[in-house]
Design a protein around this ligand. Sequence first.
Ligand code: DWN
Ligand code: SAH
Ligand code: ZN
Length: 403
Amino acid sequence: MCRVCGGPVRQFFDFGRQPLSDAFVDPDRVDEEYFYRLAVGICESCGMTQLLDEVARDRMFHEAYPYHSSGSVHMRRHFEQTAGRLSRDHLRGPDPFVVEIGCNDGVMLRSLAKEGIRHLGVEPSGGVAELARQQGVRVRTEFFEEASAAEILAAEGPADLVYSANTICHIPYLESVFRGLDTLLAPDGAFVFEDPYLGDILERTSFDQIYDEHFYFFTVGSVRSAAARFGFEVVDVERLPVHGGELRYTLKRAGRGSPGPAVAALLAEEDGRGLGTPEVFDAFAAGVERVRSELTGLLKELRADGKRVVGYGATAKSATVTNFCGIGPELIDWVCDVTPAKHGKLMPGSHIPVRPTESLAEPYPDYVLLFAWNHAEEIMAKERLFRESGGRWIAYVPEVRIL
Ligand code: DWN
Ligand code: SAH
Ligand code: ZN
């Protein structure tokens, strides 16, 4: 049943039993892993693409949540630019107030905090919330929903802007979020959020964007219809070249703004592509199977030739790739990553060890599988010497190939 409208959900892919994507495993606690069923479908009534099973939120977002948004220079720059845009477009009045849902380590809010703008982050994962505080950001360690929004209103007054990046798609309980927005936003306040775009996921067969934390896969059409249910309207949309392709949506209360031309243009494009039709999902499913067989085929071949292969980026996304394709330490020796909290742990489900990125050159392997493909440019520039020493990168988005 659809989590937004209660309509019937038509499944289009079942990845089977999967571990939590960000639950890196302590080597002495491998028998305590938690698994759930990862299947995805589209609501035949409102068009919202969503997971069929929901993982309890405290299992995913807690004190030890390991993802640090500031780990990428490219993303730090994206959020600095975003802060500038938001303050020009939405924070021009006297003493404006902005709330960010899922501020993580403060990657965006720290720029606004430095400008002296009244702000508040809402971030349930205690560890990253503390990192944000160390950057001068004010944070409440809790989930954004109807109840917390009412408390924020009582303590701080109405918000001119509520912003959120890569978080709204993590929240199954959208009705509570929208009620919270309705409570907290000033009458003409705006809600701006950005998340991976289903159109890009289907086009690039980036099936690894599908994992426990990513509950919804938005399109302009499905966001417009959900917003309307809760008294809001999409007034602007913009494509963003981050995390493999995202959309930024600007919403206002219905009747408080008029949709710009980009909204109709993108809706027409979605219609033209047949986004949401069974044919498009069948093609995606065939693409997923193709990537699985080509990737495992290539890794087995390299192994048989005696090549050393490691992975780059212990991403949440890679949990789906490794577990769905059956890639373990017999094919990939280890995965390197900059995040200290992931070092010495095992990748969820596949149990491939995680090491610091410094390990890469000790000595360089023959091939590196790029799990953090969304940061390809940044990583390949940083690891130029690997390529110069004769090493080769392996990519699997949009297709399996050796670079
Ligand atoms: O939606 C989400 C996004 C925003 O972040 C969350 N549900 C969880 C997380 O997903 P992810 O882990 O797939 O995100 P990234 O940004 O693709 O993760 C990149 C990983 O690679 C991080 O662990 C950091 C690491 N990395 C690295 O080792 N060297 C990244 C860069 C840029 C590097 O140079
Ligand atoms: N905005 C950051 C973080 C994305 S990771 C970025 O774009 O990089 C998703 C974040 O959402 C996590 O830090 C998680 O703790 C947070 N989160 C999950 N559910 C939430 C909720 N209901 N309210 C606020 N934050 C939430
Ligand atoms: Zn629905």
